[in-house]
Ligand binder design. Sequence first.
Ligand SMILES: Cc1cc2nc3c(=O)[nH]c(=O)nc-3n(C[C@H](O)[C@H](O)[C@H](O)COP(=O)(O)OP(=O)(O)OC[C@H]3O[C@@H](n4cnc5c(N)ncnc54)[C@H](O)[C@@H]3O)c2cc1C
Ligand code: FES
Length: 301
Amino acid sequence: MTAPPRIESPPRPCIHTPAPEPLAVGRDAWHHHVTRIVAARDEVAGVRTYDLAFRDPAAAASYTFAPGQFNMLYLPGIGEAAISISSDPLKRASVGHTVKAVGNVTHALERLGVGDEVVLRGPFGTAWPLDELQGRDVLIVTGGVGLASVRAAILQIIAARHDYGRVSVLFGAKTPAGLIYASEYDAWRAAGIDVRLTVDEADGDWTGRVGLVTALFDDLDLDAAATGLTCCGPEPMMLAVVRRASAAGIPSAAMYVSMERNMSCAARLCGLCQFGPEFICRDGPVFSYDRLAKFLDIKHL
Ligand SMILES: Cc1cc2nc3c(=O)[nH]c(=O)nc-3n(C[C@H](O)[C@H](O)[C@H](O)COP(=O)(O)OP(=O)(O)OC[C@H]3O[C@@H](n4cnc5c(N)ncnc54)[C@H](O)[C@@H]3O)c2cc1C
Ligand code: FES
């Protein structure tokens, strides 16, 4: 299978959401907003998307984010968790978060419904380099709930589709039942995104690829020198992806990964997210692979 042809068209005005200034370390980082769940939908079993609307209209009007950034979602009496913002940055009525229930906060969130309140701090962190990727081919490689971190980027690329060359999404899940956003793939394809899927284990109905997400590189018609790679998923998977991409000739300076380590303050104060010399909450979560390469290889760092 080869990638679809490049889409050629005249340049259009840039409609990108500029990355907001990072919140200052200090009081700003603790500034919180009360939000209300205005929609909740199950993506797959155990993974739900929550659309949160700000209670304060002034906060709703001033809040912006860039794809790749995250919020800290706080449930009083339970705790806080870092969750990527998964909604379209151009749709401002609510802010979407796709959450896999794994622990205290995320299981408690699962018990909430439309109308319930969630406290939010953010947005935090670095964004996917969508401006730098303009004019280039883009290869988005994700695993599991990692697709949540790039969904906003996919929607932003679709809104400015002609600013990019060929765009491919390679997505792997453990089983077909883990393929989040499945109802959106047709729309992404119709908008000129090449979506390729694989699962580690098939079930009875699955007729698609079985195998690791890296195997999806085999069928790509890559122009490596013109391609920028963004990757989010479990760390061993990201390591395998950047190695496969290097073997395919994509320069490491054109690769970006998002690190999803546990966080507490999100303000470069507690050190919980420290990774080598980097604080993932402020220097990341999106890093150029060049910057992290020598640390990603170190086990248990
Ligand atoms: C930038 C960023 C973006 C993220 N985006 C998303 C997203 O979009 N969707 C999503 O579902 N998740 C996302 N995560 C992951 C999410 O923040 C974690 O899964 C978080 O721990 C969930 O909180 P919890 O209280 O429910 O789970 P916890 O109670 O924290 O437990 C989660 C798991 O982590 C382990 N754990 C807890 N604390 C530690 C620790 N200090 N060190 C090591 N292991 C620990 C637990 O044993 C358990 O297996 C993101 C993380 C980051 C950093
Ligand atoms: S989460 Fe506290 S320093 Fe990053």
